[in-house]
Design a protein. Structure first.
Lengths: 246, 116
């Protein structure tokens, strides 16, 4: 499937653009990765004794794989609500620069902030990657509708995966369950690495992985924040050294 | 599986919103609110993005180092090896996400099968 040319009448209405966004779900391998990841989240929710409705609500309203896994595992291991909330919010800081960099791709001079609400909600690593790939092929005034369609499609795929994973969990072998859970770190690692544009991004990613086990030894409850701030600031230093100072 | 099991209780949904939805969503809404006023190339945003990437890297590392659920049944060396094997495939294929993920998974499953 190829998107119609920018001047095609296929882009004449927002609903048509929504439809093209929806159909674009079939055009990316990340849809498969998301399906498998959310199969795993459904299974994890089942094993941690959350209800199916709870799992579906978390996908619908949180819509961020790492945050959902952190929420389920921390609450499941007996952490307090405050501890879970801190762990979730730390993992979600990345959504801020992501939203800031994605929204200008679909904004026009007349766009109102509330028109971007769903696009902001749907922004997560997959949508962020796909926006940079697809949006140059979509007329600017139809981009919000396109992104809403794409996001709606991805959420639907993940809700289905959650349900399948939830019912499979009881019958899943331990090995298959482990393989599904392993998809999340692998897919996040490689999709972030793929989108690294400059040396500082690579340094942030690599140091972030390597410093975490050290920070975890402190057992502070905000280990990820500590290693992230340290690795991110060093990476910024590399950027400053190469770009700003030069 | 009973009907009640699938719906659960409302307290759990309140916990979901307080511990999950609000702490996560606040960053997206801040991005929506302040995004218009921030220059995408500004130095502050470069730093925020670097820290955010490093935090995501920490989340990835945490799942591998302190594995949740069934993943804990896989020995440490196999999990680290899977990430390493996937990374090599990713680099050899000129950054194919698919090749990296599949290689990592195959490495882990083959190792698990070989260890019995």
């Amino acid at each position: 499937m190829a998107l119609p040319p920018l001047d095609s009448p296929q882009w004449n209405s927002s609903w048509l653009a929504f439809g093209w966004g929806l159909r674009s779900v079939t055009q990316t391998i990340l849809t498969l990765v998301l399906f498998a990841t959310y199969l795993g989240i459904g299974a994890l929710a089942h094993d941690t004794h959350f209800s199916l409705l709870w799992a579906l609500c978390s996908t619908l309203f949180v819509w961020a794989g790492p945050a959902q896994i952190i929420l389920i595992t921390t609450l499941g291991s007996g952490a307090t609500i405050i501890q879970s909330a801190i762990a979730v919010t730390v993992s979600a800081i990345r959504l801020f620069p992501m939203v800031v960099s994605v929204l200008p791709l679909m904004r026009t001079p007349t766009t109102k902030r509330r028109e971007l609400f769903f696009a902001a909600h749907l922004t997560a690593v997959t949508l962020w990657v796909e926006c940079h790939r697809f949006l140059p092929l979509v007329p600017r005034e139809r981009r919000i509708a396109f992104v809403n369609g794409l996001g709606f499609g991805l959420v639907s795929v993940c809700l289905t995966a959650n349900t399948v994973g939830y019912f499979l969990a009881a019958n899943l072998t331990q090995t298959l369950g482990a393989a599904i859970l392993m998809l999340t770190p692998l897919s996040f690692l490689f999709s972030t690495a793929r989108n690294s544009r400059e040396a500082a991004d690579v340094v942030a990613l690599a140091l972030g992985v390597l410093l975490y086990p050290l920070a975890a030894k402190m057992n502070s409850g905000v280990d990820i924040l500590v290693s992230g701030l340290a690795a991110g600031t060093i990476a910024y230093g590399v950027h400053w050294w190469r770009e700003v100072r030069a | 599986m009973s009907y009640a099991q699938l719906i659960g209780d409302w307290q759990a949904l309140v916990v979901l919103f307080v511990a999950g939805v609000v702490p996560n969503q606040i960053w997206r809404m801040l991005g929506l609110w302040f995004g218009g006023g921030i220059d995408e190339g500004s130095e502050l945003l470069v730093w925020v993005r670097a820290v955010a990437t490093a935090i995501l890297a920490g989340v990835i590392a945490q799942i591998v180092v302190e594995p949740p659920g069934a993943l804990a049944s896989v020995p440490d060396t196999l999990r680290y090896g899977a990430v390493g094997a996937g990374l090599i495939a990713f680099l050899l294929t000129r950054r194919s996400i698919f090749a990296g993920v599949v290689t990592g998974e195959v490495f882990m499953l083959a190792g698990k099968w070989w260890l019995g």
